[in-house]
Design a protein around this ligand. Structure first.
Ligand code: WQD
Length: 339
């Protein structure tokens, strides 16, 4: 199966390209390089030995997307391409609504024109807001998102659902990611945040590598065992493998006009301090950190109930948080210039 991977040069996209190849799929990558760079393609080639077709295309450009579909006969699409910085989305909401939603609408329209029937969408646990009960299942009601970024994911899910039920013959799955962390064990691809990382793990690895003076832990007065937030940290390679399983599930799904959602998480919740301590233990390095005030918009605790993805999509997380933190550190050491 030839699969279009939008945002395929990004963190999760690049790891998914590797796993698609591993599973015998034929990935084609488009990316506008807004939040990634072409060196990632070299990393993918070093791992797979292959040059996958790459097109520098913005998913909002309907003419370029259409001409791509004329050139490449796709069997399916995995749609990663989106802006994803929670804080930035609060400052620039119109950019987020325009980019994240127009790109989706363009893809769904062009897929319909070319009768491409399999679609996997990159959604997020952020659609749950602060759930009333934990762990969250797919039936947990969504809540108003804490950010325009999160809202674009919730609206996107509704767009896909409504489009599927209008009868285009599409089969679509929305994967609600929890917190992707880590890097490929080869240290040939990993997370490349632009500028100051907003996410926890790249900030930790940059601090441990001496690129940042100190990590601020955003709040230690939450109602959790050690007062810091709880999250479901999932290894990015496990998450990538979930996309392969999602495509296989779509291949097996006979009924068209099918839409479903899956929580893709480990099912385990760990606190921020648990993660820092584990990072220090597995890597034998100290992380300089201080407790600071809470970060606006943070959810206190969230982690997945993963029964559905385990039993229906036949995917289970195989790697531990320690594996992810070891791989994240090895990747940071690889990309940090020798001081
Ligand atoms: C995790 C925890 C912070 C940085 C968001 C999106 C989600 C996904 C991942 C894109 C929180 C704490 C963080 C720091 C800290 N986005 N933290 N100091 O906010 O759970 O999820 O990013 O794919 O959709 O919602 O991830 O890594 O920013 O924060 O203490 O310098 O780490 O308070 O408790 P988050 P995060």
């Amino acid at each position: 199966m030839k699969i279009l991977v939008t945002g395929g040069v990004g963190f999760i996209g690049s790891h998914t390209v590797v796993e698609l190849d591993e599973a015998g799929f034929e990935p084609v990558i488009i990316d506008n390089l807004y939040n990634s760079n072409l060196d990632v393609l070299k990393g993918i080639k070093s791992i797979t030995g292959k040059d996958f077709p790459f097109y520098n295309i913005d998913c909002n450009d309907v003419e370029k997307v259409r001409s791509l579909f004329e050139k490449e006969k796709f069997d399916g699409v995995i749609h990663f391409a989106a802006y994803k910085a929670v804080g930035e989305s609060v400052e620039k909401p119109l950019n987020y609504y325009e980019n994240n939603l127009i790109s989706l609408l363009v893809l769904l329209r062009v897929m319909k024109e070319f009768d491409v029937k399999n679609f996997v969408f990159s959604s997020s646990c952020t659609v749950y807001g602060q759930p009333d009960a934990l762990p969250v299942t797919e039936l947990t009601p969504r809540k108003p998102a804490n950010s325009p970024y999160g809202n674009t994911k919730a609206i996107a899910e509704d767009i896909i659902r409504d489009h599927v039920y209008s009868g285009p013959g599409l089969k679509a799955l929305a994967l609600r990611y929890f917190n992707p962390i880590g890097a490929h064990e080869s240290s040939l691809i990993g997370e490349l945040p632009n500028g100051v990382p907003s996410n926890l793990v790249p900030f930790i690895t940059q601090t441990a590598a001496g690129l940042r003076k100190s990590l601020t832990v955003f709040g230690s007065d939450y109602n959790t065992p050690d007062g810091t937030c709880i999250r479901d940290f999932i290894h990015v390679v496990d998450l990538a493998k979930a996309h392969v399983k999602a495509l296989s599930l779509l291949q097996e799904t006979e009924t068209e006009n099918h839409y479903d959602v899956f929580n893709v998480g480990t099912g385990e919740g760990y606190t921020v301090l648990d993660l820092i301590n584990t990072f220090e233990d597995v890597n034998g390095v100290k992380v300089n950190y201080a407790i600071g005030p809470r970060r606006e918009g943070d959810v206190e605790k969230i982690y997945a109930q993963s029964d559905k993805v385990n039993n229906v999509m036949k995917w289970t997380a195989e790697k531990t948080m320690a594996d992810a933190l070891r791989d994240a550190w090895n990747w940071q050491l690889k990309i940090t210039p020798k001081q």
